[in-house]
Design a protein around this ligand. Structure first.
Ligand code: AMP
Ligand code: AMP
Length: 337
């Protein structure tokens, strides 16, 4: 990377607004790469200095040379793997905030599970096949799809009835954990070696989060199946007595990643997606190794970020702050991949 000031760039979707607003708050030039039909949308925002439009998200790797010329640092988010796929992501050579090796874990639920178990984290039971299903289960396809295509089955028979309709052949069968869902947004800094909790959210999913609005007797007549498609997020603060374990879980996965994952392990933003049961145990249903969209709630900071920073600190801004700090200490190579 040359001496010119880097430009912070990302793909126009998911958490792009937060990332670029945060970059501008840290005084970086900003760039969004967006499909033609989203150009006018991104033009609305003053903190975006430049828009490059492409015909389709899939055309993104084709402009890599141009991005090199512009001295771009790319900030990945949930759309990178969802729209471009794992291999395309790993092929790109543009300086990237985060460890690309971690993507193998982002896209493989089995690998994720082993990492979590080795980090001494509770995970829901998993079933190998229909024969051993003896609880209600949730069946999930692979990859970040915002809950799309998942289904709930109350027993073996129900599972057999529904599995035929699942298009993806890569799926897992998990015990359905009944409790409060909570997504914890962490940031681990390689420069300070500290783990921060910046915020937390709950997802709002259709229609599972709205079933309770219809009385049970009416639900019975409607024959509704729960679905888990995310439409938005809402905030939640955690009982203070559960916070120490929230920090400890984050620290354990970071520590284990240094042994399991190549390069520098997991760093930057990540999220543990948990369900908390009545005995106050966290069950981790997934780990996202990048910024999650629930952080969009906290573009102006959260109760947790205010415990660390005396200024509004979103996850997007925290990423830019880390890059700024690395530039100042001449350690940019350390935080990029
Ligand atoms: P979008 O920008 O809405 O096209 O979303 C890009 C990808 O991120 C898709 O795979 C979505 O399912 C996922 N995604 C978007 N928003 C959220 C959210 N609030 N929570 C979880 N996943 C999301
Ligand atoms: P995920 O894509 O793994 O984050 O899951 C999306 C949504 O599915 C979650 O927000 C929950 O509503 C639901 N879910 C996933 N796994 C489980 C589980 N093991 N038990 C109960 N609900 C789950």
């Amino acid at each position: 990377m040359g001496k010119r000031e880097p430009v912070i760039a990302t793909l126009g979707s998911h958490s792009a607004l937060q990332i670029l607003k945060g970059a501008k708050d840290e005084n970086f030039p900003t760039l969004v790469i967006a499909p033609e039909d989203k150009k006018d949308f991104y033009k609305r925002f003053r903190f975006i200095d430049e828009i490059i439009s492409i015909p389709n998200y899939l055309d993104f790797p084709k402009i890599e040379k141009l991005l090199f010329k512009k001295n771009v640092i790319l900030i990945p988010h949930g759309s990178f793997v969802a729209y471009l796929g794992l291999e395309e992501n790993k092929k790109m050579r543009i300086p990237y905030f985060g460890n690309r090796e971690v993507l193998d874990y982002e896209s493989d639920r089995q690998k994720q599970r082993e990492w979590l178990i080795k980090s001494d984290i509770n995970v829901p039971l998993q079933f190998r096949g229909v024969a051993d299903i003896n609880y209600p289960v949730i069946v999930k396809s692979y990859g970040a799809a915002g809950g799309k295509g998942y289904f709930y089955a109350k027993n073996k028979r129900d599972f057999q009835k529904k599995i035929g309709a699942l298009k993806d052949r890569n799926f897992i069968i998990q015990e359905y954990v009944i409790g409060v869902t909570l997504y914890i947004h962490y940031f681990y800094s390689l420069l300070t070696n500290k783990l921060e909790i910046l915020s937390m959210d709950r997802r709002y999913e259709t229609n599972v989060d709205s079933l309770g609005r219809i009385p049970l007797t009416h639900q019975e007549q409607l024959n509704i199946e729960p679905s888990y498609v995310v439409v938005g997020n809402s905030p939640l603060v955690l009982r203070e007595s559960l916070l120490p374990e929230a920090f400890a879980m984050g620290e354990r996965v970071v520590e284990k990643s240094k042994q399991l994952i190549g390069g520098k392990g997991l760093y930057g933003p990540f999220c543990l997606e948990t369900v908390i049961t009545p005995d106050q145990k966290f069950y981790v249903i997934e780990i996202s190794c990048r910024i999650v969209a629930g952080t969009n709630l906290f573009m102006d900071g959260s109760p947790y970020s205010s415990l660390i920073y005396n200024e509004p600190m979103s996850t997007g801004r925290r990423i830019a702050r880390e890059i700024k700090l690395a530039l100042k200490e001449n350690k940019l190579e350390q935080v990029l991949n």
